[in-house]
Design a protein around this ligand. Structure first.
Ligand SMILES: [Zn+2]
Length: 362
């Protein structure tokens, strides 16, 4: 490690320690003596523990198969920053969850049970009934992944490193922990693997007492990155869909380049094999190419089709409207760092499908 890298590391861990201290300060201002803070940002009402292991802590599913979570945002945000900004950051982060899972965040009107977003950096576990606060704040708790992290607690998710099986994947460095609780929980792990890239995983230096000293070290490979807050990981999506028994086929493509295809390619895709792919990269623009394309043709592509959006939801502007048959193979550029690819297939006639590849474009 050279001098500037070392300085950068020192700076990074100093900032991380300061942020931890700030989070701790928030906890001292929590209202209500019956509320305890657990693991740094989780509010527990007395008697409540692992919500992921608690059916009654889940938000109810409506007859249409969607899980609606009403959200209201406090006007407190107006004092220090533009309300419009806050609303658009929150909407963008929640949109990703709504697009890829059956959990839909809706503006609260008269619903009794709802999430109330106020300033802070914490959340309750699962649905608690009535108005329940989720704390979000600029500078440290308003990144897309941080917003999703706090909302995931409200959906019933614990910290990834609190899973019952975490000792096989990380080592907790108790001697460097300044605050927070790094305990394990009797969690229901949904039959899905441990996820270092989850938005629910702490970063290596969170709550460190000493700059540069990690509190969590992945094992056996300590270089595995943890603590990303760029957005839901593929397993974060899978876990929401599993916990809420959603009938969704969706994935996130977070790498700066890659490719994906219809199921079974080059063999025919099954009937009713509709899926979504959200491409989300760090660089500015996504460049997408069709490598192969052969879908059931229909006059207005109403049977099987591909549709591509310039953004992270079906409400985003359309880049390529319903497209079917054999091509020609178009190239597309998104104006930003997210692109949503929708594949729909109906109950009859299937063909080999498609292969697409993407990279970034400056
Ligand atoms: Zn948390």
């Amino acid at each position: 490690m050279n001098f500037s890298e070392r300085n950068f590391q020192r700076y990074k861990s100093l900032v991380s320690s300061l942020l931890s201290a700030l989070r701790v300060l928030y906890f001292h201002h929590l209202p209500g003596s019956e509320i305890a803070v657990y693991e740094g940002d989780i509010l527990l009402r007395r008697g409540r523990r692992s919500a992921i292991n608690c059916e009654s802590c889940l938000w109810p599913k409506s007859q249409d198969g969607l899980v609606k979570v009403p959200v209201n945002i406090s006007s407190d945000f107006c004092e220090c920053m533009q309300m419009d900004n806050v609303k658009s950051w929150i909407a963008d982060a929640l949109q990703e969850i709504s697009t890829l899972t059956c959990v839909q965040f809706v503006n609260r009107t008269t619903e009794t049970d709802y999430v109330y977003v106020e300033r802070g950096c914490w959340s309750y576990f699962g649905k608690i009934g009535g108005r329940q606060a989720v704390g979000l704040v600029k500078n440290g708790c308003m990144d897309k992944g941080a917003i999703q992290h706090e909302m995931n607690h409200a959906l019933g998710f614990i910290h990834e490193q609190a899973r019952s099986d975490r000792d096989r994947f990380v080592k907790i460095m108790w001697e460097h922990i300044v605050a927070g609780n790094f305990g394990k929980m009797n969690s229901k792990n949904l039959g899905l693997p441990y996820d270092y890239s989850s938005v629910m995983h702490y970063g290596a230096y969170d709550f460190s007492s000493t700059p540069g000293k990690a509190t969590i070290v992945p094992v056996p490979d300590p270089s595995i990155p943890i603590g990303q807050r760029e957005g839901l990981s593929n397993l974060d999506v899978a876990k929401i869909n599993k916990l809420y028994k959603c009938n969704c086929c969706s994935s996130v493509l977070p790498k700066s380049k890659g490719s994906f295809s219809s199921v079974n390619y080059p063999f025919p895709y099954p009937n009713n094999s509709s899926c979504l792919w959200l491409i989300r990269i760090r660089q500015s623009k996504i460049f997408l190419q069709f490598e192969a394309f052969d879908l059931q043709p229909s006059s207005d592509c109403s049977s099987d089709y591909i549709k591509i959006y310039n953004g992270n939801s079906k409400n985003s502007p359309v880049l390529l409207d319903k497209y079917c048959g054999k091509g020609p193979l178009p190239s597309l550029v998104a104006s930003g760092s997210t692109m949503l690819v929708e594949f729909a297939s109906d109950e009859s006639i299937t063909l080999p499908g498609f292969v697409m590849s993407y990279t970034f474009s400056r």
